[in-house]
Design a protein around this ligand. Sequence first.
Ligand code: BES
Ligand code: MN
Ligand code: ZN
Length: 491
Amino acid sequence: MEFSIKTLSPESAKTGCVVVGVHTAGELTAAARRIDQASKGALKKAARDISGKTGSTLLLHSLPGVAAERVLLVGLGDKRTKEAAYRDAVRAAANALKELDAKDAALFLVDIRIGSRPVSWNVRHAILAMQDALYRFDQLKTQNKANGRALAAVTLPLSPKAELQHALREAVATSEGSALARTLGNLPPNICTPTYLADEAKKLAREFKLELEVLERKDMEKLGMGALLAVARGSHQPPKLIVLRYNGGAKSKKSVAFVGKGITFDTGGISLKPAGEMDEMKFDMSGAASVLGALRALAAMRAPVNAVGVIPACENMPGGAATKPGDIVTTMSGQTVEILNTDAEGRLILCDALSYAERFKPDAVVDIATLTGACVIALGHVATGLFANDQKLADEIRAAADDAWDRVWQLPLWEDYQEQLRSNFADFANIGGRPAGSITAACFLARFTRNLRWAHLDIAGTAWKSGRDKGSTGRPVPLLVRFALRHAGRG
Ligand code: BES
Ligand code: MN
Ligand code: ZN
């Protein structure tokens, strides 16, 4: 999809479809009013057939006095449009447009005011919401593929200021990074293995001139990554530690590090999971996918930031060589861990990856992981769980998440919770019991990040959807990109 910014008037725009908004009670937006005047009241009359409810749509053909072939009326809900309603309306417009034959469209929804958000916010979110709705994953279907999309170009009718062109570039790159993360998440676990993730990183390195290093099992052994290796033991797939660097900023500037959980399938290991919905554990590499997506986005937009991605990738399988409950391993940090539940594997691969990340002397480290089912219980599918050992970093991430509409909610990381991890036989255990499961998982990671400014994002509830719309969401790519830009002073 091609996006561009151009001054257009709704009645004279020569395009396949003009998209305008209507609020509840039939109140037209400014662009809709102009169409109404040009068509001598035809729009107002037709608008009686649309509720104005957010996301409702009504398609009109060949209105007199209007150059475009079609006019798509989209409901915006309440007069004071909120962020979520705006994004829902754009998504509804995209869904309606993809059913049409129109090759191009002009989205006049972009000029409405959303609270105190600048117009650049509208530009970014119009593109992100639209691309989100147009995304398809049908490469493995031989039948019932989505029909070839006619829609090839969308104009955002605004006067082309540098600041808006910038927002457009950022949003296009972010949506492509997000689509990459979604596709990696959606791929089945027999295709998307640790080796596949490493190959994908190679492709990105080649296309965007990124620095890449892939550590193999023997390298991990040399580094003493006993926890990561313990998880990989049960699988026939070799583990990989992928390190991808994008240096778009000044040499003197420190980097941000993103560490993504890359369990390409989580059976639970010897602490085997129940069969129901186990297929969804192919999404357990969503943290890794979001790191690749975010780095791709930053590189594609040539963002002036330095970022390093660290991805521990392996499968968590049962088997004769698999780690057993009660096994004690020595982590790269030197601390010993009693593995009481092999299904708490995410923290085991992350702890060694976080220790490894220290060597880059990053300014801040953010890990991203589908870490705990408890986080889904706490926050559902709306907010990602946020934990941090530095409140300034937490506040920065929260603000970026709000800006990206890829929201997070902070949970405490108090020392009081640490005692739940006590072990009779090792320095500590890898589980802390049922109460506050997401917090004790974060507390485990905190023991490996004492030398870092660190935040942890638990995306167990937000990385994918279940049920009829089962599939990856691409979250939190928009948040990571926005955070990296704001952190570098490019807000
Ligand atoms: N990948 C899972 C977490 C998960 C479960 C995410 C369900 C989304 C939906 C993780 O590796 C896991 O199994 N965690 C355990 C931890 C427990 C054994 C302490 C969990 O949440 O049950
Ligand atoms: Mn698990
Ligand atoms: Zn897992």
